[in-house]
Write a protein that binds this ligand. Sequence first.
Ligand SMILES: C[S@@+](CC[C@H](N)C(=O)[O-])C[C@H]1O[C@@H](n2cnc3c(N)ncnc32)[C@H](O)[C@@H]1O
Length: 335
Amino acid sequence: MSFCFNFDVNAATNPDDVEGNAPLNDKIGIVSKPANDTGNSAVAVKEAKEHFPPSNPLHLLDDAICETLNIGTLPPLHFLNETVFEKTVREREDAENVLSRTAEQRSDLISGVYEGGLKVWECTYDLLEVIEREGETFGGKAVLDLGCGAGLLGILSLKGGARKVHFQDYNSTVIEQLTVSNVLLNCQDDDSDNDDDGKRKGKGTSDKEEDCEVNPKYARRDALLPRCQFFSGDWRTFLTLASSQAAPLKYDIIMTSETIYNTAYYPALHDTLHKLLAPHGHVYVATKAHYFGVGGGLHLFEAFVAQRGVFTVNHLWESKDGLQRHVVVLRFKKT
Ligand SMILES: C[S@@+](CC[C@H](N)C(=O)[O-])C[C@H]1O[C@@H](n2cnc3c(N)ncnc32)[C@H](O)[C@@H]1O
């Protein structure tokens, strides 16, 4: 059995087909949901729900194989190696049938079933580097990692002192088995992440280390976990759930990486950003210019945003080589 991640590779579809209903290719199985022009799918949407970490969550980390990402001056970010799901699929809870189906279909995503959150996508690394370069600060802020997958963006903000960090992913399997585990992995005492002389490992470099040592104490769990909330479900129902909380939050910063690949989701995504962003807040979007085989990408998303007339879009970074990738920031237009 092998998982296939990278739906931009070997795509056999026409890049000019930007309608979001591209044919299948042998690397990805995409089953697009039918959507009318308001973006309301004709099929049932996945109901949003909040997930609470188990009272004794350390069993999630039994036999964890983890990696550590060091980017410049950012704190080290620990995350489960994606092969853990491939190796342990038979022993894991799989109520959504996500683990078994992705393995069987060798799919990065199955639209409306599994939206790709079980691995770290490359634009997440781009956004982390931009955040480091821009000197973004998180202290005291309310942050949403929208379409979080592994949750590295939210985890960075948590380690950076955010007051509240909400993690949202389409799939409950991703939230329960990956995002929560990764937050726990990052509850290690930061001192254990330092070299003997007190310097951060990998300072000034961007580099991944395999097999980080898992510290059994997770000393900062009580300090960090209570500042987190975890949600699964479709953006439309997440918006309703988030707005109906006892103390509804507006986020100072929303970060979203590799989430604009399907044009059918743009109305729900845009509404979520529009309704949940604080008036002074900003949204980081990290994305490929075009998602071959799926149809969306930055240019179509920018056109959609311009048509709605709510946000300005500023370009912060673009890749110089290979498949074009971008980081942009959205802010409310001044009225
Ligand atoms: C390709 S994954 C990217 C995961 C992660 N942000 C990263 O960069 O590694 C896309 C993510 O977008 C989210 N997503 C896509 N469509 C969605 C929808 N209609 N409703 C809710 N979440 C959605 C899923 O949670 C999924 O994890």
